[in-house]
Design a binder for this molecule. Structure first.
Ligand code: GAR
Length: 190
């Protein structure tokens, strides 16, 4: 019966989709939504969804055992990063080997790495004249966006696209695939 925690830094539309997808699921449940950003809209979504949430500071995340303890107390089996912008510290990586999954809004290995998130990714893809972009769902390791790729889906980039219209195409791919791919992974070793 996999129990999931979602980490998110901002709006949280993917977190919400995932939470809704697993509502009433026979085995998978979303137990926690955690954020580094006290102003993140995802916290309002968590409250509306009735999912417990907690905000942590940089110091708590990197220099204390608070988050691993919270994950342990809640029996968390997998961590899902849905628009979460900080590197995962070694203590959490070690406690969840192969059990931390991220989504990135481009076709890795291109357009990843530190500072490549959200709209910046779409701006870079358009500036480079790429004919296509997409989403990458991947395992998380100690580097930004370098873990083993699990799944990719693609969409065309047209000359008329702006970062905003491309972001919308990418979000549609994320909403279509992320929860389903997470489900496959977390139920594959039940
Ligand atoms: C998503 O597009 C996600 O792929 C991206 O942030 C957005 C969050 O949207 N993640 C990254 O850029 C990670 N490097 P949301 O808060 O509405 O789910």
């Amino acid at each position: 019966m996999p129990r999931l925690a979602i980490f998110a830094s901002g709006n949280g539309s993917n977190a919400q989709r995932i939470a809704e997808y697993f509502e009433g699921h026979p085995s998978v449940s979303i137990r926690l939504i955690l954020s580094n950003n006290p102003a993140a809209f995802v916290l309002k979504r968590a409250a509306a969804l009735g999912i417990p949430s907690e905000v942590f500071s940089r110091n708590t995340f990197y220099d204390t055992g608070r988050i691993p303890a919270l994950l342990r107390e809640n029996g968390i089996d997998f961590i899902i990063l849905a628009g979460f912008l900080w590197l995962i510290p070694p203590g959490i990586l070690a406690a969840f080997p192969g059990r931390i999954i991220n989504i990135h809004p481009a076709l890795l290995p291109k357009y990843g790495g530190k500072g490549m998130y959200g709209m910046r990714v779409h701006e870079a893809v358009i500036a480079a004249g790429e004919p296509e972009s997409g989403i990458t769902i991947h395992h998380v390791d100690e580097c930004y966006d370098e873990g083993k790729i699990i799944f990719q889906a693609r969409c065309p980039v047209s000359p008329a696209d702006t970062p905003e219209t491309l972001a919308e195409k990418i979000h549609q791919l994320e909403y279509r695939y992320f929860a389903e791919v997470v489900e496959k992974i977390v139920t594959s070793d039940e």
